[in-house]
Design a protein. Structure first.
Length: 278
C-alpha cells in the first residue's frame, strides 16, 4: 500500500493536531511526516501529513469530518504521479527542463501532452515520446482559439496545466474552467514588472537583481498566489538581451520547483497567499 497524503485546512481551535493524529493512530496508520501552521491573525489551521498502513484509508476522511470544525476542508490522496499538460509557445528552456526532469523521474507527474500555438517545439517534444498538439491562433479570436485548446485538454484530463513560457494571456472564462489548477512562470520577481517585456522594464529601472516567479493563474495578469521565486544578480553591464539570457536559468529552476511542490500537495492557498510545506 503506497503512502498517502492528508491535507487539512480549517478554522483553528485547541487540540486539532491531537485529534487528527489520534484518528490515524487508532486506525493503525504510521505517520511518516507531519507539518502544520496556524495563521494567528486569521485564526486558521493548515496541516499536511504523510502516513502509511496496511489497508486503504477509506474511512479516514469521514472520521475527520465528524470531529473537525464545520468548515474544514479535508483532502486525502495516494502518493502517485499526477497527470499534467504543458502549454508553451516557442521558447525551449522551461519546457525542455520539465521534459528532462520527467524523463529522469524527478517530477511526480505524468506529462500527458504538450500544447503550443507554434510548431517550433514539436521535434523537441516528440523526442520524449509525448504527444504534441499544434493549435494555431492565427486568424482566430481569443475565445475561438481557447475553445480549441480546451478541446485538446479535455482529451487528456490533466490535474494541472503548466504554462512553460506560454506567451498568451488567458481569458477569465478559460481560467474558470481550471480553477486553481493553472501554474505560470513569469520572468520577473513579482510584484515588480508585471506584463510584457519585464527584463526591458528592469533594465530601464536599473535593478541589481532579476528574478522569476511561479504562481497560480487568476483573472488578473501576473497577480495570482505565488508558489516559488528566485533571483540572480545583474549589474550595469547587462543589456536587456543579456538579462533575458541570464534569466532563463532561474526561470526553469523556479518553474520546476513550483510544479513539484504543487504535485506533492505541499501548497495551500490562503486568499492571495500560499502556505507551503517544503
Amino acid at each position: 500500500m503506497p503512502p498517502h497524503i492528508l491535507r487539512i485546512d480549517c478554522p483553528d481551535e485547541p487540540g486539532l493536531v491531537h485529534k487528527i493524529t489520534g484518528v490515524l493512530y487508532n486506525a493503525g496508520y504510521n505517520i511518516l511526516n507531519n507539518q502544520e501552521f496556524v495563521d494567528l491573525d486569521a485564526k486558521h489551521f493548515f496541516m499536511r501529513t504523510a502516513f502509511e498502513g496496511p489497508t486503504a484509508p477509506d474511512r479516514v476522511v469521514s472520521y475527520l469530518e465528524q470531529i473537525l470544525p464545520k468548515d474544514a476542508v479535508v483532502k486525502l490522496m495516494a502518493t502517485e504521479r499526477q497527470p499534467i499538460v504543458i502549454m508553451a509557445t516557442s521558447e525551449t528552456h522551461c519546457l525542455g527542463d520539465l521534459l528532462i526532469r520527467d524523463y529522469s523521474g524527478e517530477l511526480p507527474a505524468v506529462i500527458r501532452a504538450v500544447v503550443s500555438n507554434h510548431e517550433k517545439l514539436k521535434p523537441l517534444v516528440e523526442q520524449f515520446g509525448i504527444p504534441f498538439h499544434y493549435v494555431s491562433h492565427q486568424n482566430l479570436e481569443r475565445t475561438a482559439h481557447e475553445n480549441l485548446v480546451a478541446d485538446v485538454l479535455a482529451v487528456y484530463a490533466p490535474e494541472y496545466i503548466v504554462l512553460a513560457k506560454y506567451m498568451r494571456i488567458l481569458s477569465p472564462k478559460f481560467v474558470a474552467r481550471y480553477p486553481q489548477r493553472v501554474i505560470n512562470i513569469h520572468h520577473s520577481f513579482l510584484p515588480a514588472f508585471i506584463g510584457a517585456k519585464p527584463y526591458h522594464q528592469a533594465h530601464e529601472r536599473g535593478v541589481k537583481i532579476i528574478g522569476a516567479t511561479a504562481h497560480i493563474v487568476t483573472d488578473d495578469l501576473d497577480t495570482g498566489p505565488i508558489i516559488a521565486q528566485g533571483v540572480i544578480p545583474v549589474n550595469h553591464s547587462h543589456t536587456p538581451a543579456a538579462m533575458v539570457q541570464a534569466g532563463r536559468d532561474v526561470e526553469k529552476i523556479v518553474l520546476a520547483k513550483a510544479v513539484k511542490l504543487v504535485l506533492e500537495e505541499r501548497v495551500f492557498l490562503h486568499g492571495n497567499r500560499t502556505i507551503i510545506f517544503e
